[in-house]
Design a protein around this ligand. Structure first.
Ligand code: SAH
Length: 208
């Protein structure tokens, strides 16, 4: 697809995305398979698109930047909170490969079903219909945690489910215009926080 190639070329040329494995995953996965049929023709416009219940599939460049910041590797176990369409989970599935696993949680039933349907052929992905603001203790600890909705403040309970040397990517901020995307590393049990700048996400519901 021409538009998809152009978007990936833009990331490559502008050096927004430097990782070959990540560029390859975006080449492999079709965003048009994760958007509602009426938006398929806009799949490679670099914008968020509506899914259900006022939620969105994130902008491709945001997905790419979050994926790169997460530093995913083959064989890892990754927790995603906010499955939405399942697109981000599909990208991660491609990177962790058959020896890795992606667990993705969605609190809106229609979206959990939408993600399940879109991810049906992805053997290393499990979609869970639940409130993910407390993480998912059953499969913890995780090498990586990615939160695709904004938390009011850093949820300690998620940090606890991260392995030593693990990385969590999470937008934090109570007000839409004041959200920061944070990269949190667990080093000797403590948080090392890097601020990746301002982004806009839908709110993480139910986080304390
Ligand atoms: N990663 C998605 C985009 C997600 S948009 C994709 O690739 O398409 C954010 C999603 O987080 C929404 O679907 C919203 O319903 C979900 N969400 C918000 N709070 C949540 C919570 N506490 N637990 C699980 N999902 C949540």
């Amino acid at each position: 697809m021409k538009e998809k190639k152009a978007l990936i070329e833009y990331w490559r040329n502008s050096k927004i995305i430097m990782s070959k494995a990540i560029l390859r995953a975006f080449e492999e996965i079709n965003r048009e398979d994760f958007v509602l049929p009426e938006y398929r023709k806009y799949a490679y416009v670099d914008e968020p698109l509506p899914t259900f219940a006022d939620q969105t599939i994130s902008q491709p460049t945001t997905v790419a930047i979050m994926t790169q910041a997460l530093e995913p590797k083959p064989g890892q176990k990754i927790l995603e909170i906010g499955s939405g369409s399942g697109y981000q989970a599909a990208i991660l599935s491609e990177i962790v490969g058959p020896t890795g696993k992606v667990i993705t949680i969605e609190r809106i039933k229609d979206l959990a079903e939408f993600a399940k349907k879109n991810l049906k052929t992805y053997k290393n992905v499990k979609v869970v219909y639940a409130d993910g603001s407390k993480g998912y203790i059953k499969e913890a600890p995780y090498d990586r945690i990615i939160v695709t909705a904004a938390a009011k403040k850093m949820p300690e309970v998620l940090f606890e489910q991260l392995k030593e040397n693990g990385i969590m990517i999470i937008p934090v901020g109570a007000l839409t215009w004041a959200q920061r995307l944070l990269k949190v590393k667990k080093v000797r049990g403590k948080k090392g926080i890097e601020d990746l700048g301002p982004f806009v996400f839908v709110p993480l519901v139910g986080s304390s």
